[in-house]
Design a protein around this ligand. Structure first.
Ligand code: GLV
Ligand code: MG
Length: 289
C-alpha cells in the first residue's frame, strides 16, 4: 500500500501569495500549487515566480507539496518544469496526460535537473492528471510507465468538456472513466485521486461524491476550497465501525496470513482477503492519526 496519506489534495492558485502562505494551515494532506488552468494566461509568469518563492520561504509542514505545471507541449510548461524541479517539491503534477511519452520525457528532464542542481536522485515524484478520452484509454500504461509516477488524478472538468458529457450527481456519465483510473492506478500499485466537487454551497453533494469515490477505490479527492477538506478527510478515513470490524477480523483469523484459514464472524465467512482488508483499514487509521 502506498505510504503517503492522500485523502485530500487542495488546489491553491499559484498567483495568490497570501493563499499559498496560508495553505499549510488548511488541514489538507496534499497541496497542489497550481500554475495551469485557473491561472489566467497573462499571470503565468507571475504565478511561476510566486510559487517558486513560496517553495523557498513557506513552511508547508507535513503536507505533500505538489506543483501542477502547464502542459509540456507549451513553452510556459517547459519553463515551469525547469524552474520548479530545481526547487525540489515532493511532486510535479502533469496536466492532461495523454501518453507515456510525455511522462517519460518529464521523468528524464526531472532526473537531469536533479543531477544538475545536486539534489537527491529520484526525489521528485510525478503525478499525472487523467482528463481526456485518450488519457483514460492510456491510463494503465501511464500509471506503470515510470517509477516516479505515484498517483493518477482525475480531472472531470476537462474530461467532460472534451467528450461532451454532462454529469449530474450520482449519475453514470463518469463511471467508466472513474473505474478505469482506479484500476490503472491500483494495478500499478499507486494512488488514484478523484476530481474536486465544483459547487461550494453543496456540502451534501460533496459528502456524497467523496463517499462514491471512496467506494470506487480512490485514495482521496481533490478540493477547490479549504472548506471542503474536513468532509473529504472524514470520507477517506476509516470509520469507528470499520476499525472495530478490522480488529475483530484479525482476532478471529490471527495476524499471520500463512496460518489464516476461514472462519465465521457474525455469521459471515471471512478468509485471507478479509484479513488483508482489515490490515489496510488499520494501517490507514494509523496514518490518519
Ligand atoms: C481539473 O483539472 C479538471 O479539469 O477537472
Ligand atoms: Mg483540467
Amino acid at each position: 500500500m502506498p505510504a503517503i496519506l492522500r485523502r485530500s489534495l487542495l488546489y491553491v492558485p499559484g498567483d495568490r501569495e497570501a493563499m499559498l502562505a496560508k495553505a499549510p494551515q488548511r488541514g489538507a494532506d496534499g497541496l497542489i500549487l497550481n500554475l495551469e488552468d485557473a491561472v489566467a494566461a497573462i499571470y503565468k509568469e507571475l504565478a511561476r515566480e510566486t510559487v517558486a518563492r513560496a517553495l523557498q520561504t513557506v513552511d508547508f509542514g507535513p503536507a505533500e507539496v505538489i506543483v501542477r505545471i502547464n502542459g509540456l507541449e507549451t513553452d510556459t510548461g517547459y519553463r515551469d518544469l525547469l524552474a520548479i524541479a530545481a526547487l525540489g517539491p515532493h511532486a510535479i503534477l502533469l496536466p492532461k496526460t495523454r501518453s507515456v511519452e510525455e511522462v517519460r520525457f518529464a521523468a528524464w528532464t526531472i532526473g537531469r535537473l536533479e543531477s544538475l542542481h545536486g539534489a537527491a536522485a529520484d526525489a521528485i515524484a510525478i503525478m499525472c492528471m487523467i482528463e481526456s478520452a485518450a488519457g483514460v484509454l492510456a491510463a494503465a500504461e501511464i500509471a506503470a510507465c515510470h517509477p516516479r509516477v505515484t498517483a493518477l488524478v482525475f480531472g472531470a472538468a476537462d474530461f467532460c468538456a472534451e467528450i461532451g458529457c454532462t454529469p449530474a450527481a450520482d449519475d453514470l456519465a463518469l463511471l467508466h472513466a472513474l473505474n478505469q483510473v482506479v484500476l490503472a492506478a491500483r494495478a500499478a500499485g499507486i494512488d488514484a485521486i478523484d476530481a474536486p466537487h465544483m459547487r461550494l454551497d453543496d456540502p451534501a453533494g460533496l459528502a456524497r461524491g467523496a463517499e462514491i469515490a471512496r467506494n470506487l477505490g480512490f485514495a482521496g479527492k481533490s478540493a477547490i476550497h479549504p472548506a471542503q477538506i474536513a468532509a473529504i478527510n472524514a470520507a477517506f478515513s476509516p470509520t469507528t465501525e470499520q476499525i472495530i470490524w478490522a480488529r475483530r477480523v484479525i482476532e478471529a483469523l490471527g495476524d499471520d496470513e500463512a496460518r489464516a484459514g476461514a472462519t465465521l464472524l457474525d455469521n459471515q465467512l471471512i478468509e485471507t482477503p478479509h484479513l488483508r482488508r482489515a490490515r489496510r483499514i488499520l494501517a490507514a487509521d494509523r496514518r490518519a492519526a
